[in-house]
Design a protein around this ligand. Structure first.
Ligand code: UDP
Length: 375
């Protein structure tokens, strides 16, 4: 008899498996894909750790989480500094003095503020921003909204910026300093050798079966199930389908090309380019292999966003009001499943980054252990 069946070998499932195993519980981890590490899975191609399911940059203020991942991998000092291309114009992200200087030929924070304040006043937003468009206009004004946010966001989410929650754009810093660091967090980096190696270490000594889906498992052998797959799928879409965004990648190995775009992440913020961004993976590890040698080739991935349909991989929950209310109905069903706990981005319909995922998994492990003790 196992104590736990953990469905999904992504970060959430893996951290739970580690914590519960270390507390003496017997766990089996399954994943329907043929590999571990969920969406942070990396595959080595021509010496480059390719982020197969999109760029994953670790960033957090949570020192405990940072120390936790540090047990399983050495993190490099990569700092994410994407650039954005709008037609023939190139801008720095996130929105900072470099962006403002290029956009308006200003030099000081006061000059940038004056323009943004003027554009904000012209937008005449009444009270708290009610949607992503209003939020963006009040943070950075009309020019930046139109060149760097509007069309990118519409490609990414498949809907008008007025129909999206303000929260999505609150992820991005706005800074009146010349600082291109995309994140405000104290700790940031990429695990040397890739995420797959890190997750492998996390799962050391734990029974894992890949290529096995939940429906294939006889649940009688488990005291409890932790399910990190899509919550609506668990219930056979009984209430209908939650909306997800899916992503498709076109990945290319460019042999003999040492440096194709000069940056790990380049966003294409205009509608006429069908993809949202291009990732050049080698730059996450400074273009070098594990011995510090320059790599001769490169791998790039064009990222296309699409509405999710059955058979696709769900990536992003669409956390607008309608879907959140709908999820609340699924959450009620989930709560009534005594033997099952739902977790992770897919299991709880939350736009989690990696670090918050780990935080939530650590807290959940503690809660589950306390519960079992009480029994
Ligand atoms: N965004 C944007 N322009 C950009 C990059 C991001 O308008 O060049 C907006 C967009 O709405 C996106 C959100 O900011 O969905 C969050 O972007 P981020 O890169 O943090 O999201 P990720 O897809 O990496 O989770």
């Amino acid at each position: 008899m196992y104590d736990f069946l953990i469905v999904g070998a992504g970060l959430t499932g893996t951290v739970l498996a580690r914590e519960l195993t270390d507390a003496g519980k017997k766990c089996l981890v399954i994943d329907r894909r043929d590999h571990i590490a969920g969406n942070c899975y990396t595959q080595n191609i021509s010496g480059i750790n390719v982020h197969k399911y999109g760029a994953h940059i670790f960033h957090t203020d949570d020192e405990q989480v940072w120390n936790y991942v540090g047990r399983f991998a050495k993190f490099n000092n990569y700092i994410n500094s994407p650039i954005a291309i709008f037609h023939d114009e190139i801008y720095n992200l996130p929105f900072n003095m470099n962006t403002f200087a290029k956009m308006w030929n200003v030099a000081t924070p006061a000059q940038a503020r004056e323009i943004i304040e003027k554009q904000k006043a012209e937008a005449a937003i009444d009270g708290e921003p009610k949607n992503l468009e209003e939020q963006a206009l009040s943070l950075v004004g009309k020019d930046i909204f139109e060149k760097l946010i509007k069309e990118y966001t519409e490609k990414q989410w498949g809907r008008d910026c007025k129909e999206l929650p303000a929260d999505i754009i609150k992820r991005l810093p706005v800074r009146y300093t010349y600082d291109n660091n995309y994140f405000n967090h104290r700790f940031q980096g990429i695990p040397e050798g890739g995420y797959t190696a890190m997750v492998e270490k996390m799962l050391d000594g734990i029974e894992v079966k890949t290529g096995v889906s939940f429906s294939q498992v006889d649940l009688s052998g488990f005291k409890h199930v932790i399910y990190t797959g899509p919550v609506d799928e668990y219930f056979d879409f009984r209430l209908g389908q939650l909306e997800w965004r899916s992503v498709r990648f076109e990945t290319e190995l460019l042999e003999g090309e040492p440096n194709w775009q000069g940056n790990a992440v380049v966003n294409y913020t205009s509608h006429d380019v069908p993809y949202t961004r291009i990732i050049e993976h080698k730059h996450f590890e400074f273009g070098k292999d594990s011995n510090g040698n320059e790599l001769p080739d490169t791998v790039i991935s064009r990222e296309y966003s699409a509405a999710w349909k059955p058979g696709d991989e769900p990536y992003y929950p669409v956390n607008d009001e309608k879907n959140n209310a709908f999820y609340a109905e699924y959450a009620k069903l989930a709560e009534s499943e005594e033997k099952v706990t739902f977790a992770g981005r897919l299991g709880t319909y939350k736009y989690y980054d990696m670090a918050p995922c780990i935080r939530a998994a650590l807290d959940l492990a503690e809660k589950l252990l306390q519960k079992q003790e009480q029994k």
